[in-house]
Design a protein around this ligand. Structure first.
Ligand code: SAM
Length: 219
């Protein structure tokens, strides 16, 4: 990339942090640092690179999307992460949110149902040196039992209900952030906390619009 184009992206990244994240109340320093560090332009098609830090989602392959930066930051902040947490992401997509998570915690497990996206995200994360992210191709509505329990689970696609396997794979004290709604493209973001072996507490955070979570415990 030409130096002038890189400078323009640096400026846009500053605007993203200052106006779109800090300006809307994101305060978790670890989240802000990670969002500043991860080069979002590397996770999207060249055609959209100039707009990499724009305040909106962008298209990626297979008719999917990379989420709006503010929503990525908001969901990750809501997870109240600790550096030692084991995190599961459902919906790897481009791998961007997984890369942001990987700057905050030691281990990130990410599941993607579309093999093309799983493959390209895995390759991209490897090339960029995000060695603490493992990408698995499969139906994320079933979670990833091998590495459970998780201190935090984030679902980046909209579900009709909270999938039971994800509740079961949450550690006691663990947090799950998931868009839930009866319409396939409009949801409410829910934060579910596992407070004991059998009890969960749930609250609604805000309205969101995600592509559908497709699978045996999804659409
Ligand atoms: N986190 C991604 C990023 O940073 O680019 C954005 C994810 S995109 C909004 C939602 C993703 O969820 C899509 O890639 C889609 O294929 C995936 N998805 C939908 N249903 C899924 C399922 N059951 N298991 C795993 N991934 C799923």
């Amino acid at each position: 990339m030409k130096p002038a184009a890189m400078k323009a992206l640096d400026r846009q990244r500053d605007v993203m942090i200052r106006e779109h994240l800090l300006g809307r109340g994101i305060r978790d320093q670890a989240v802000l640092n990670a969002m500043r560090e991860v080069p979002r332009e590397e996770f999207i098609d060249e055609r959209f690179r100039e707009d990499a830090y724009g305040d909106h989602p962008l298209p990626i392959d297979e008719r999917q999307t990379i989420s709006q930066p503010y929503i990525v930051a908001y969901m990750i902040e809501a997870l109240e992460l600790d550096a030692a947490d084991q995190v599961l992401e459902i919906g790897t997509g481009s791998g961007y949110a997984a890369a942001v998570l990987s700057r905050i915690v030691t281990n990130v497990y990410s599941v993607e149902r579309l093999s093309g996206l799983a493959h390209s995200a895995r390759k991209r994360l490897e090339l960029l040196g995000y060695t603490n992210v493992v990408v698995h191709e499969g139906d994320g509505t079933l979670g990833w039992p091998e590495h459970a329990p998780y201190d935090a689970i984030v679902v980046t696609a909209g579900a009709p209900n909270v999938p039971q396997p994800l509740l079961e794979q949450l550690a006691i004290g663990g947090r799950l952030v998931i868009p839930v709604g009866q319409s396939a493209d409009e949801q409410l973001l829910a934060l579910v906390r596992r407070v004991s072996e059998r009890d969960y507490r749930s609250k609604q955070l805000c309205g969101v619009r995600f592509v559908p979570l497709i699978g045996s415990a999804g659409w």
